[in-house]
Design a protein around this ligand. Structure first.
Ligand code: VGL
Length: 193
């Protein structure tokens, strides 16, 4: 049975020192790299996404000078900047598909983005015959949540590797994990990987 690993937005702006730093982001980057070193060959495809916003304008209301950290955010992950690059603690050698999303608009789910070839994540998973996906990355309560929900909608069995995610808020991250469990995701530690 083909499996996918979905690595959500492990980017400098979402880890310590970034424009929208999520506590524990660096630790997630390192832990995902260690996980990949042991498990990359378990996956038919390894898809990594990057938020990739336009430098001009507010990206469809996504950026705000006085952000609410729910629907509006400080300027982050502007295409081509260091903030939009993968955190250097993340080893990307095993990544088979690099997805960019959010060009000029909010895009929390990696399923809204496209690969370098212009393929959607849904198309990549279908082409590889993927029936289950493990989801890791940042942020639990936003892009991980939205990507995992879309993966479930796509029809694959989803597992959230709970020690390989980090969230913006503690309560909203708990709520997101509960919502994902209700939607059919399994919440498991990466040691079950
Ligand atoms: C994200 C807030 C704003 C995320 C992206 O990657 O979870 N969060 N844009």
């Amino acid at each position: 049975m083909s499996r996918a690993l979905l690595i959500i937005d492990v980017q400098n702006d979402f880890t310590e020192g970034g424009a929208l730093a999520v506590a524990g982001g660096d630790a997630v980057a390192s832990a995902v790299s260690a996980f990949l070193a042991a498990h990359a060959s378990d996956y038919a495809v390894i898809v990594a996404s990057r938020d990739w916003h336009h430098a001009d304008g507010d990206n469809g209301g996504h950026f705000a000078a006085a952000p609410d950290f729910i629907d509006t955010w400080p300027r982050h992950c502007v295409a081509g900047t260091d903030g939009a690059a993968y955190d250097p603690l993340l080893s990307t050698d095993a990544v088979t598909h690099h997805v960019q999303k959010g060009q000029g608009k909010p895009a929390y789910s990696m399923f809204e983005g496209t690969t370098q070839n212009g393929d959607t994540v849904g198309a990549v998973l279908t082409a590889a015959g993927v029936l289950s996906a493990d989801v890791v990355g940042i942020a639990t309560d936003h892009c991980v949540r939205a990507s995992a929900l879309d993966a479930i909608t796509h029809g694959v069995h989803v597992r959230i590797l709970t020690d390989l995610v980090a969230g913006v808020g503690a309560e909203s991250s708990e709520a997101a994990l509960a919502e994902l469990a209700h939607a059919g995701a399994e919440l498991v530690p990466s040691t079950d990987g």
